[in-house]
Design a protein around this ligand. Structure first.
Ligand SMILES: Cc1cc2nc3c(=O)[nH]c(=O)nc-3n(C[C@H](O)[C@H](O)[C@H](O)COP(=O)(O)OP(=O)(O)OC[C@H]3O[C@@H](n4cnc5c(N)ncnc54)[C@H](O)[C@@H]3O)c2cc1C
Length: 390
């Protein structure tokens, strides 16, 4: 039976929201998650790739939500040079519709209540302090009070804006993504493929992430500037027509990835933001599952502590704790992304040619990056520039 008041209300049952709810609930405070969709974890708008480390911090890896285990990356340059790099630590391509569901169950097991088909459409405020949310459920408009609201409502988040937090993101930093999940794709099932260059995904990258049984997520992201001029979909259509004309399309999705630094403010009186809503995505890779879970975990812990110690101003420590854990690193990745955005096809080709000379057994992401710098003095200058300028 739902109550009219909880210690903490979380908006959104994605990875960030579920982890926020779990780590708050584990402290014994009352938590409600409101999720607008019918099912937790569905629809999926994600390439579903994640590091093993990213999963293990939160849940034991389990084959029921792992579609494939990745031990190699393949980088393909514009002229078709392919460099295969063994990974020091494996990664996964998930079944997010199961993974997100399992994460939500960990929150429920910790004591959180979850309500799906509950669409949050406003905040309750007392002055500038957030004191709860308004939501629609089964055709009725409702309200629930909370000492803390955690906005984990994803890339299209409105919760932060309602609370007066500046959530603006430069159009250029919003990657426009499209993806299909296709059957009959004969790629190595333990390799993630990345394509670079003007024909594949200018100011972004094109990916094939295997999902087992010859299925794969195939998609790309281009910067908002590119997406304005040419749709991401047209790049995908060209690639499929050229490479996999007989593929069966099992799902088709489109969505934005906020490839930018974290918002300058992610806490305010009575409210914290986590995950895509806080722009906690790794701006270089566009990966936001693991970082969203980390943001959610920190937000949930801090919210629970603020309630238990009856110290609302404790919420405002969130920004610094996040920045120390990942935010600063994302600032560096953002600068590197800026440098890579400006690479020409020739530059990608020359990097690939340098990588290619390294024997397979000596390859790693780290030493290949260093060798690329060594073999491409101009790349070194570019990378140096992005660290100095800004
Ligand atoms: C095409 C594409 C490919 C991607 N590939 C990868 C990848 O391979 N690896 C990776 O790590 N990341 C990837 N990402 C990014 C990743 O999907 C997100 O960063 C991640 O899902 C963020 O988690 P979250 O919990 O913040 O938000 P979400 O997972 O978006 O969850 C937000 C939840 O809030 C709910 N919600 C929203 N508004 C309301 C409301 N008003 N009321 C109630 N509920 C609401 C939504 O229904 C949703 O369930 C990709 C993104 C895209 C678009």
């Amino acid at each position: 039976m739902l109550k009219n008041e909880y210690d903490i209300v979380v908006v959104g049952a994605g990875p960030a929201g579920s982890m926020a709810a779990r780590y708050a609930s584990e402290q014994g405070v009352s938590v409600l998650i409101l999720e607008k969709d019918r099912d937790v974890g569905y629809p999926v708008r994600c390439g579903e790739a994640i590091s093993k480390e990213g999963v293990e911090e939160f849940i034991e890896p389990n084959n029921k939500f792992i579609a494939s285990t990745i031990d190699k990356f393949s980088m393909i340059s514009p002229d078709g040079t392919e460099v295969i790099i063994p990974l020091e630590q494996v990664g996964y391509v998930l079944e997010r519709r199961i993974f997100d569901y399992e994460l939500a169950k960990t929150a429920a097991n910790a004591g959180a209540e979850i309500l799906t088909r509950a669409y949050v459409n406003g905040l309750l405020m007392e002055g500038n302090k957030v004191t709860g949310v308004k939501y629609e459920y089964q055709g009725e408009q409702k309200e629930v009070k909370a000492k803390v609201v955690i906005g984990a409502d994803g890339v299209e988040s409105r919760v932060g804006r309602w609370a007066g937090i500046k959530t603006y993101i430069d159009f250029r930093d919003m990657e426009c993504c499209v993806q299909i999940t296709a059957g009959n794709i004969p790629v190595d099932q333990n390799t993630c493929y990345f394509y670079f260059g003007e024909d594949y995904a200018p100011q972004g990258y094109f990916w094939i992430f295997p999902k087992g049984n010859s299925a794969a997520n195939i998609g790309l992201g281009v910067s908002g500037m590119i997406g304005r001029k040419r749709s991401a979909q047209s790049f995908l259509n060209n690639f499929m027509a050229k490479n996999y004309p007989n593929a069966s399309l099992l799902t088709q999705i489109a969505g934005g990835v906020p490839s930018a630094v974290t918002l300058s403010q992610i806490s305010a009186p009575g409210i914290l933001l986590a995950g895509d809503a806080a722009r906690q995505v790794n701006p270089l890779s566009g990966g936001g599952i693991a970082s969203g879970m980390i943001g959610g975990k920190i937000a949930g812990k801090i919210a629970g502590e603020a309630v238990l110690t009856n110290n609302p101003s404790h919420l405002l420590t969130y920004d610094k704790i996040w920045r120390d854990r990942l935010g600063k690193r994302h600032e560096t990745f953002d600068r590197i992304k800026e440098g890579i955005y400006n690479f020409s096809d020739n530059k990608f080709n020359s990097i690939a040619h340098s990588f290619f000379k390294i024997p397979f057994e000596n390859r790693s992401l780290g030493n290949l990056f260093k060798t690329a710098l060594f073999h491409n003095p101009s790349l070194l200058i570019d990378v140096a520039k992005v660290f100095v300028v800004r």
